[in-house]
Design a protein around this ligand. Structure first.
Ligand code: C2O
Ligand code: CU
Ligand code: CU
Length: 481
């Protein structure tokens, strides 16, 4: 039997598809931290960029048509340096899509990169042929039209590359952006909007001397250097593509949509000098009622929609977003008075708590050594094989999935949204609230979720959203029938 690595190596060789142009970097014994080879930028000097909003090229019969081009571009991320990125529309992050519940969106993605891509809308309830399956590749200079019915509720989604075996380096290069779904239920709440509704896409990166992104690709071009098998951590935190940025804010309430788009880094976000993070939404939409946190752990793939009231600080205060797991993220500067903060609504969205399931399934997320010494990541002892079905939930049913792990594994399901019902034998954590599509499983922990398989029949997947684990086989297909 051909091993997966051998087989894929052949495929990659045959098609001439390597991890094009990455510098191979990294030292041993670094816990996955990849150090930049140039002085780090001064924090809190670069203004926070807000990604541009994507406009449809046309609207026809209530359907919105978009075209987006994946291409390389030279951009200034570090002051005074140029970084080559791969971006949707040549930007990193890509443009933000504003979709609307009940309004279908048809998106043509044109690939002008020299590698194949597959675009996945993370959190989307998407038909299988548009879901960005890892081997549904868009070849260089080809295009694919993705159709999104957008039947789901208001939520903060994001999109990113999902190419088989190369998701981690291709997202690292910049292939990610945001997609905000709106609906009438959300409109009826008086939530901060427009410039008071700020997306924050967190990604960590490392840079070469000349400003290029550094990534520790293995010498074979397949996967990551073995010292980084736990996941690659950069030493610079980018928010919306800018290093440790600063945003001047009015002294009023803001809505911050926090998206962890990092390959492997978890953050524990807290305001310094203190302050409430009032969570109103999780991965798949608004909560039933707000939930107040002093700090929030955010794993790769997760989203937290929070309200922060900058009127709580005197004008002139600098409010840092610190990462209690190791550093800084960004700063807000309360620059001027603002409109009176609207009260936080006591009730948010209709929320049905799930309590029954038709079946229980167990999935164990664990590392393994391949016979020639490469570390791989498995689900129920299996390395990913496209098309091999691990579960067959029936459309419209709720299943209890019991997830266990040997490490930090942010487990993500395509299509199905779920509710966390237990953690380590006890109740869920406050941060597990609401409808989710990604859950942070900690080392040697058991987490149970009730997942609702709704919307479409067909082949979907679950995987670890640590992108290095994902590329190293921690994925599995399920089939909704
Ligand atoms: Cu955001 Cu299949 O991933
Ligand atoms: Cu997804
Ligand atoms: Cu993992």
């Amino acid at each position: 039997m051909t091993t997966r690595r051998g087989f894929l190596g052949l495929l990659a060789g045959a098609a001439g598809l390597g991890t094009a142009g990455f510098v191979v970097g990294g030292q041993a014994g670094n816990n996955g931290l990849l150090r930049s080879r140039r002085p780090l930028p001064e924090p809190f000097t670069v203004p926070l960029p807000i990604p541009q909003v994507k406009r449809p090229t046309r609207v026809d019969g209530g359907v919105e048509y978009y075209t987006v081009v994946q291409r390389a571009a030279d951009v200034e991320i570090l002051p005074g340096a140029r970084t080559k990125i791969w971006g949707y529309d040549g930007t990193f992050p890509g443009p933000t899509f504003h979709l609307r519940q009940g309004r279908k969106a048809v998106v043509e993605v044109r690939n002008e990169l020299d590698v194949p891509t597959s675009t996945h809308l993370h959190g989307g309830v998407t038909p299988p042929e548009s879901d960005g399956y890892p081997t549904d590749l868009v070849k260089p200079f080809a295009a694919k039209t993705y159709t999104y019915p957008v039947s789901q509720r208001a939520a903060t989604l994001w999109y990113h590359d999902h190419r088989m075996d190369y998701t981690a380096p291709q997202v690292w290069r910049g292939l990610a952006g945001l997609c905000l779904v709106g609906d009438a239920e959300e409109d009826a709440l008086d939530l901060p909007r427009d410039k008071y509704d700020v997306p924050l896409l967190l990604t960590d990166r490392a840079f070469d001397e000349d400003g290029a992104f550094l990534y520790p690709a293995s010498h074979s071009g397949m996967g990551v250097e073995k010292d980084y098998a736990n996941g690659v951590l950069g030493d610079v935190v980018l928010v919306n593509g800018a290093p440790w940025p600063v945003l001047d804010v009015d002294a009023t309430r803001y809505r911050l949509r926090i998206v962890n788009g990092s390959n492997a880094r978890r953050y524990e976000l807290a305001l310094d000098p203190g302050g409430d993070l009032v969570q109103i939404g999780s991965d798949a939409g608004l909560l039933g009622a707000p939930q107040v946190h002093q700090s929030l752990v955010v794993a790769p793939g997760e989203r937290f929609d929070v309200l922060v009231d900058f009127a709580a600080y005197p004008v002139g205060t600098e409010v840092a977003v610190a990462d209690r797991l190791g550093g800084q993220v960004m700063r807000f500067k309360v620059a001027r008075p603002g409109p009176a903060s609207a009260p936080v609504p006591e009730r948010l969205a209709a929320f049905d708590k799930l309590d029954t399931s038709v079946v229980t399934r167990s999935f164990d997320f664990r590392t393994t050594m391949e016979h020639h010494g490469a570390r791989m990541w498995t689900i129920n002892g299996q390395m990913y094989a496209p098309g091999e079905i691990i579960a067959t939930p029936r459309l419209g049913t709720v299943e209890r999935w019991r997830l266990t792990s040997d490490f930090h594994h942010p487990v993500h399901l395509h299509l199905a949204h779920f509710q966390v019902i237990s953690r380590g034998g006890g109740g869920p954590l406050p941060r597990d609230a609401g409808w989710k599509d990604t859950v942070d499983i900690r080392p040697y922990e058991t987490v149970e979720v009730l997942a609702r398989f709704d919307g479409h029949r067909g082949r979907y997947m679950m995987h670890c959203h640590n992108l290095e684990h994902e590329d190293m086989a921690m994925m599995a297909d399920f089939f909704v029938g």
